[in-house]
Design a binder for this molecule. Structure first.
Ligand SMILES: *Cc1c(COP(=O)(O)O)cnc(C)c1O
Length: 426
């Protein structure tokens, strides 16, 4: 049991309700409540209620129109991706021409590195954080090899100080001040997937650019989680996925940002296809691509319409609520979970490794477990308590109360379930 009464969680929910009614909440397999306490929205967001009908409407257009749907569907397929551009741009603080929704995250990182990782002379390094997501790690190492470089010499992995869990901004800046003239690309996670640390994106971006490097951000755990101002922060490029905080379904399409100063730069290498060219020229069937000076030039293939629908519905929801309001609720909700976890972890072999400062994190709190396996613990939380969290082996369990649909009571259930599952020390 926790000392914070269940009634307090219910009171907070009544006062600060969020947007839960717009989502399907899965039923619980175990525990005392009919619905799960879903804290895994940082891994796969839940399904918005609006998604299914919108997707069926797109399917119906194909059923009734066949090929004519390209122009005659209620949402014509040829320019369909443009419906996503405005809301995606607003979500990340970009101009519409700087943004496009396409492909998936790691594919996009590769396409962007084709343009923005251009090692030359002594400036060859790619800087990542040591806890970068494996896919990003593989991507940067394979990019180094693609350029004929040794990935072990080329990829620099920044580590927290000994005994610390999170990377200090000052240490990143120190590295860039010291070795910046050897760095071609800085590619960090905006919010770290493992620890939940929110990097100081504007400060690192400014330092990397001052050192003459290109700066890209992986916003998989930042988009839809924290407010972003990519254009004003002068970020060179960024990419994110839409199946975590953006609730667009498993494997959903990702988004990219390319700063306006790079748009229309004909000297940038880029992999092109028929969707890179100016739509006005697309059906002229000419041998040479004529891209517009927008992020659309980075598209390659014609997009999967049925995969775009769920992203569109979800982005419309974010647009209608707004990141400012969401972030405010997020800070309150995560603060409540932190208060509960402080109590439960005090006399148990559990440690919250996420920064305590709300400005240095999004909504996720990561707990290191001192005994047993993280996977076993999350299984017990699920089957015995209906609490869905996610394990990163060997010893991290991540809890993300997301501001759209999580509740204070979900947070209370996490603490209650941990207290019942993890024995006290001593
Ligand atoms: C979730 C995640 C990915 C996943 O990559 P996909 O290409 O979408 O499969 C990559 N990088 C980070 C940092 C992530 O959090």
């Amino acid at each position: 049991m926790t000392n914070i009464p269940e009634a307090e969680a219910h009171r907070l929910d009544a006062a600060d309700p969020g947007y839960r009614a717009r989502f399907h909440i899965p039923p619980a397999e175990g525990g005392r409540y009919p619905e799960v306490a879903y804290l895994a929205g940082n891994s796969l967001g839940l399904q918005p209620r609006a998604t299914r009908d919108e997707l069926l409407a797109d399917l119906d257009a194909w059923r009734t129109l066949g090929v004519e749907g390209h122009l005659e569907a209620e949402r014509p397929w040829l320019p369909y991706h443009e419906l996503l551009t405005g809301p995606a741009a607003r979500l990340v603080g970009a101009r519409p021409e700087e943004t496009v929704v396409m492909n998936s995250l790691t594919v996009n990182l590769h396409l962007l590195m084709v343009s923005f990782y251009r090692p030359s002379g002594a400036r060859t390094r790619i800087v990542v954080e040591d806890t970068t997501f494996p896919s990003d790690s593989y991507a940067v190492r394979s990019q180094a090899r693609f350029h004929g470089l040794d990935p072990d010499d080329t990829v620099v992995r920044l580590r927290p100080r000994p005994g610390e869990e999170n990377l200090r901004t000052a240490d990143v800046l120190d590295y860039l001040a010291r070795d910046g003239d050897r760095v071609a690309l800085v590619l960090l996670g905006g919010v770290n997937y493992l620890t939940g640390e929110l990097m100081d994106i504007p400060a690192v971006t400014a330092a990397a650019r001052a050192a003459g490097a290109v700066v890209g951000w992986d916003l998989a755990h930042a988009a839809g989680n924290v407010p972003l101002a990519l254009h004003d922060w002068d970020v060179d490029f960024a990419a994110w996925c839409s199946y975590k905080y953006l609730n667009s379904g498993p494997g959903a399409l990702g988004g990219v940002f390319i700063h306006s100063r790079h748009l229309g730069d004909r000297s940038l290498p880029r992999f092109e296809g028929w969707w890179s060219t100016d739509p006005a020229t697309r059906f002229e069937m000419t041998p040479v691509c004529r891209p517009l000076p927008t992020a659309d030039a980075w598209q390659v293939s014609n997009p999967p319409i049925f995969a775009m629908g769920p992203v569109r519905t979800s982005l419309e929801l974010f647009d209608s609520v707004g990141m400012t309001a969401l972030r405010e609720r997020s800070v309150r909700l995560t603060g409540f979970l932190e208060r509960l976890l402080d109590e439960v972890t005090a006399d148990r072999p559990l440690t919250v490794v996420t920064p305590r400062d709300p400005d240095r994190r999004g909504c996720q709190l990561s707990v290191r477990i001192g005994r047993g396996s993280a996977a076993d613990l999350t299984k017990r939380l699920r089957h015995e308590h209906g609490v869905i969290a996610d394990a990163r082996e060997p010893d991290i369990v991540r809890f993300a109360p997301v501001p759209l649909y999580s509740t204070y009571h979900d947070c209370w259930r996490v603490a209650d379930a941990l207290a019942a599952t993890v024995a006290e020390e001593g």
